[in-house]
Design a protein. Structure first.
Length: 80
């Protein structure tokens, strides 16, 4: 697992795309929760973390966006 970093990532969920599958909460329970059948990040800023990446990459609706806060570069989901 990647150690937390001082350079945070921004985590956003597009609730208009979210299907409420709960995969993100199952993969990264400390980082996502379901509210009214839609995922929400528990923290909008996180240090680099493999669980957050896995949750974003596993989202069936590709509703989770992870960006480098400093550069704005999209970290996940990666284009396939």
């Amino acid at each position: 697992m990647t150690a937390p970093s001082k350079e945070p990532w921004c985590v956003k969920v597009d609730t208009s795309l979210c299907m409420g599958s709960g995969m993100c909460e199952g993969i990264a329970p400390g980082y996502f929760q379901l509210v009214d059948n839609r995922a929400q990040p528990t923290r909008p800023r996180v240090g680099q973390n493999d669980l957050v990446l896995e949750a974003s990459e596993s989202c069936p609706a590709e509703a989770i966006l992870v960006r480098d806060e400093r550069t704005g570069t999209v970290i996940a989901p990666r284009e396939h």
